[in-house]
Design a protein around this ligand. Structure first.
Ligand code: SF4
Length: 246
């Protein structure tokens, strides 16, 4: 697996900082050749988070110049399909628009991975034509969010982001990691009903190897068969796929 580096550069008079990157991968954007850029900081604290080092922005050192990313993108632009902005939660970054504009200026596509908590940011990115694809995580059944993300959350904001994507006309998907104790079949079905009308729903297998809360590493994932059966049930609402099973 590609190693994450760290990138920083200048944003006007401030440093433009991202927390890391994977120069080339085919996993984060439907098999497209993409560079994944990680932005540190998140407003949620999901115990099952598999990027715990990115949840707290101040704790993450960034040491590689932003120019390194631009140089890489310029060099590979001819055969690179795009950049995936991931995190953490990229929409929290005060530099999100600058970052997106500079990436788009290089002539490559941009996919946003988001937890959907900032619909105004998603809307502005869409209105400026800065995003070509959005993947929104729906972490749990909406009534279970405080338990799943361990932070205050605006369900109205989540619903707004969901509605924005469904009506956007741009490529998008909703996705949920099925974690025993947090998200089960009934939750997934409730979510599928809420995001019905969307292009795709992706159910993801939980990987306990790295988690934000060490106790979550003791959770035994659902079986592959369970995920497949849930996906089949969710398919009644919208096309549903499974990721992360053998
Ligand atoms: S899994 Fe949760 S805590 Fe981790 S980056 Fe995503 S929203 Fe934030």
């Amino acid at each position: 697996m590609a190693r994450r580096g760290s990138i920083q550069g200048r944003a006007g008079s401030r440093d433009l900082v991202v927390a890391g990157w994977i120069p080339i991968n085919m996993l984060d954007w439907d098999g497209r050749l993409a560079t994944t850029v990680f932005v540190a900081g998140c407003n949620f604290s999901c115990p099952f988070c598999h990027n715990p080092e990115l949840v707290s922005a101040p704790a993450h050192p960034a040491t590689i110049p932003f120019a390194t990313l631009e140089e890489h993108l310029a060099l590979k632009a001819k055969w690179l399909d795009g950049v995936v902005l991931s995190g953490g939660e990229p929409t929290l970054s005060p530099d999100i628009f600058l970052l997106a504009r500079r990436i788009k200026q290089l002539g490559v596509g941009l996919k946003l991975d988001t937890n959907g908590s900032k619909p105004d940011v998603i809307l502005q990115l869409m209105e400026e034509g800065l995003v070509d694809c959005v993947a929104m995580d729906v972490k749990a059944g909406l009534e279970n969010y405080p338990h799943a993300v361990r932070r205050p959350v605006s369900v109205d904001a989540l619903r707004r982001s969901i509605d924005l994507l469904i009506s956007s006309g741009i490529s998008h998907e909703f996705r949920t990691t099925l974690v025993p104790g947090y998200v089960d079949r009934n939750d997934a079905l409730n979510i599928a009903e809420i995001v019905a009308g969307g292009q795709r729903y992706a159910l993801q297998q939980f990987n306990p190897a790295v988690t934000l809360d060490p106790e979550a590493r003791d959770i035994q994932p659902y079986s592959s068969g369970y995920l497949r059966a849930v996906a089949e049930d969710c398919s009644e609402f919208l096309p549903t796929i499974v990721r992360g099973i053998g």
